[in-house]
Design a protein around this ligand. Sequence first.
Ligand code: CP
Length: 326
Amino acid sequence: MKNFVSVNDVDDINGLVAQALAYKANPFADRQLGADRRVGLLFLNPSLRTRLSTQIAATNLGMEAIVFNVDKEGWALEFEDGAIMSGNTVEHIKDAAPILGQYFDIICIRTFPSLKNKEDDYSELVINSFIRYSGVPVVSLESATLHPLQSLTDIVTIKESLLANNTASVEGLVVKPKIVLTWAPHVKCLPQCVANSFAQWVNAWGEAEFVITHPEDYELSTVYTQGATITHNQEEALQGADFIYVKNWSTFTDYGKIYSNDPAWMLTEEKLRLTNNAKVLHCLPVRRNIELSDEVLDSSNSIVTREASNRVWAAQAVLSAILKAQ
Ligand code: CP
């Protein structure tokens, strides 16, 4: 694997999932793989899980991991080609990225969208500039449009649950599970990244019946959703679900707006009764009693803590695949 910025960088999703689960069973199996290698974890935005899990994953592989909070501790970067830098930006990515490529064997970067200009955000200018100018492999720690480490983790967590319930073998699924991605209310304007990415990965994986439900005018980009059944009727979507992925996102078509905060879309215990005793996933952080009720989050149906802990193994599988290809 050269870079890891979307599912399109992965040749074999099930192989990567199996590697993640193998690392969960034996975290230090490849302790020597990353010896004398250094990874830079660059953050332009806050993080708890992504930052720590990737750092732990790198350490498990014997790598040195250096975290750099670019937004707080670095120079303000310019990304526009030909920019006359008379404003607030201090250093062009053309100058900064090659230096970072000399310091690090792999660069991992988190860069959220502005949610103001759809074309700019969906062009992935920041992460593509690092790929173009750094000269080393680049891993997305969540970009303007996608969150692939989260989505790989989500597939790992779903597969792990299916294996534990004997509804899957290592080779493949016995019965296709029903996975529902449901929109949830939120008080802030959030990116579409997690939802885009989850849809992209589940569709590419192809081992589930996949339904997306959201209020009217919350359609995601069809680039990611093609292959899924889409409905505005949440109760209908939840019927017989085996897994429910809960996530808020702001509008895509009329970009970056909040059209609805309807509390009726919050996932509750009552709605869980419509499902096949579904397991509930959320990438976290979660707004309790806004996105998900306390009763659901604190119930045995919720697997959000296991999901977050699996971030380590997904990151380890990705770093390992990149190191093996170098
Ligand atoms: N799910 C996730 O990416 O969490 P953080 O924002 O805390 O890294």
